[in-house]
Design a protein around this ligand. Structure first.
Ligand code: CA
Length: 230
C-alpha cells in the first residue's frame, strides 16, 4: 500500500488528483492548507507528497523546505506558476519534480511512480545487504547490530570474537593462517601474540558448536590455519 499526501487548496484539482492516484492503487490523503499539510507530512508516514505552490497560509515553497528538512520522500510540485525562477527555487528547496497547471493527471501519476521507483532504489542501497547479514546452517550473524544467534538463540560474544567470526564467515571456505588473522583482527601494533587467535577460536567453538571438539563452523586446517566451512 502506497500512501501519498496531496496538499492543494483548489478542491476540483485536489479531487481530480486523488481520483487518478486512487485508480492507480494509491491511498490518498488530502489537505487544503499549508499549515495542515506540513503537520500531516511531518507526523505521518507518506511515500510521496504533492504540493501546490499557492496555498493559503504557509505557501508551497516553505512547505517544501520544511518537509525536506525532515524527510527523505519524493516531493512533486504542481503549480500554475510557469516561470523558470519558481521552478529553480522549488528544486533548490528539495523538490524532485515540477509540473505546471493545467497538467495531465495520467502524466502526474506516471511521474510520481518514476520518483517512487528511484527513491526505492536509492534507499534500498541502505538496507541491510546480503553482506550485512550472514545466515549459515543455523548461524545468523548481523553485522549492523553485531549480534550472533545460533539455532535461534542469541550468543553473548565479545568484540574480538565477533570480528573474527564475521571475518571468517564472510570469506567462507578460505584458509587463513593464525598470523594473518591476528594482523587482520587485532592489528599489527596490538600487544599479544598469535596464541590469542587460538584462544578466541576455542571460545567461539564453545559458544557456537553443538560439539566443540568436532566443529562444524570454524575448522582447523592442520599446519595452515582456520577455515569457515560452508
Ligand atoms: Ca493553489
Amino acid at each position: 500500500m502506497t500512501r501519498i499526501l496531496i496538499i492543494e487548496d483548489e478542491t476540483t484539482i485536489a479531487q481530480l488528483e486523488r481520483d487518478y492516484f486512487e485508480l492507480n492503487g494509491f491511498v490518498v490523503d488530502l489537505c487544503h492548507t499549508g499549515n495542515e499539510g506540513v503537520q500531516r507530512a511531518l507526523q505521518e508516514d507518506y511515500s510521496l507528497i504533492i504540493i501546490d505552490l499557492q496555498l493559503p497560509g504557509m505557501d508551497g515553497f516553505e512547505l517544501c523546505r520544511r518537509i525536506r528538512e525532515a524527510k527523505e520522500v519524493p516531493i512533486l510540485i504542481v503549480s500554475a506558476k510557469k516561470e523558470e525562477i519558481d521552478k529553480i527555487r522549488a528544486f533548490n528547496l528539495g523538490a524532485d519534480d515540477y509540473v505546471t497547471k493545467p497538467f495531465s493527471p495520467s502524466e502526474l501519476v506516471a511521474r510520481a511512480k518514476a520518483h517512487l521507483t528511484r527513491y526505492e532504489r536509492l534507499l534500498g542501497k541502505q538496507k541491510p545487504s546480503a553482506q550485512d547479514e550472514i545466515h549459515i546452517r543455523g548461524l545468523f550473524i548481523d553485522r549492523a547490530s553485531r549480534r550472533v544467534f545460533v539455532r535461534n538463540k542469541e550468543v553473548a560474544i565479545t568484540n574480538r570474537e565477533f570480528d573474527l567470526l564475521a571475518f571468517l564467515a564472510s570469506n567462507p571456505n578460505r584458509v587463513f593462517g593464525k598470523e594473518d588473522l591476528f594482523e587482520r583482527i587485532w592489528g599489527l601494533d596490538s600487544s599479544g601474540d598469535i596464541a590469542t587467535v587460538t584462544v578466541h577460536v576455542r571460545k567461539l567453538r564453545e559458544k557456537l558448536e553443538v560439539d566443540p571438539s568436532n566443529p562444524q563452523y570454524i575448522e582447523t586446517v592442520w599446519g595452515a590455519g582456520y577455515r569457515f566451512t560452508v
